[in-house]
Design a protein around this ligand. Sequence first.
Ligand code: ADP
Ligand code: MG
Length: 320
Amino acid sequence: MLSEFDLIKKYFTKPGQNIDLGVGDDAALIQISAGHQLAISSDMLVAGTHFLEDCPAYFIGWKSLAVNISDMAAMGAIPKWATLAIALPNIDETWLSEFSRGFFACADEFSVSLIGGDTTRGPLNISVQIMGEVPLGKALRRDGAKAGDEVWVSGTLGNAALGLAELQNKLIDNVLSISEKQTCIHALQAPQPRVTLGLALRGAANSAIDISDGLLADLGHILERSNLGADLYWEDIPHVNLSQKLDTATLQSLSLAGGDDYELCFTAPVTQHDAILAIGEKLNLKLSTIGVTTKETKINLYDKNRQLIELKRTGYDHFG
Ligand code: ADP
Ligand code: MG
């Protein structure tokens, strides 16, 4: 049986970049660039809550790092270093090797180095801490939105929630084609953090957040921190294109309250509108204006006839 130390060496030790001392000592040593702030965040993934028990280990590895990198993207920070604290019920080398492959695939794609962590026995639980850099004072914060800002989102919302519904057999048979199924399940299992977008938005956006718990909940955090509200237009919200097969209420619930998309929601002055569209073109990423922030501290959602749509469930709350 592999010892804890051999396990760490075999699955969690890879040469990295931007490190003076990595895995193997009591602490890692790093140097941060002059004139920069260290951005730090952590996210925990618990089996059954954040991923289904039968999720392939590769994707658990990918996602555990990707959701952390997404927080760096939302801050406009460059992700650089991560630590991994993992509790494993047993030493299953097939599982470990796939988990490690997924984790490092994501680490390599975003140039993040794994610099340390902790390994222990227990119910499967994965806790990653990410560290990144942002030039002093340039971070995209939740509290920076100004009244009259346009509200933007990247990509398409609702795919991940649809993938989860599909895997949980909550959809009527054959609602999704085979390729739609693949797209949605991939969105759920292998989110793509919007790092280059976050970096490009420095100096253009006033505030940003990544959408992990659903658009309304996460935009709600920006609005609360900035003491604002918003008028949003359903027709402008880029949602899964399944209006032939799903009713509007279901589509709205998936794309407004469904979690796990890891797109960015941000606000920016109208004067930045064309610059932001140009960023989207350069990155080949759809960026959509979905409304405007207001001084009235609530979210109003309007249909195409400018009638108010009643909002029920607004997002995923682990304690709700
Ligand atoms: P200590 O007992 O001093 O806390 P450990 O024996 O727990 O150290 O860990 C030994 C080394 O391996 C440390 O550098 C630690 O950061 C690293 N490490 C432990 N678990 C992991 C992991 N899952 N991923 C990456 N590095 C790890
Ligand atoms: Mg020690």
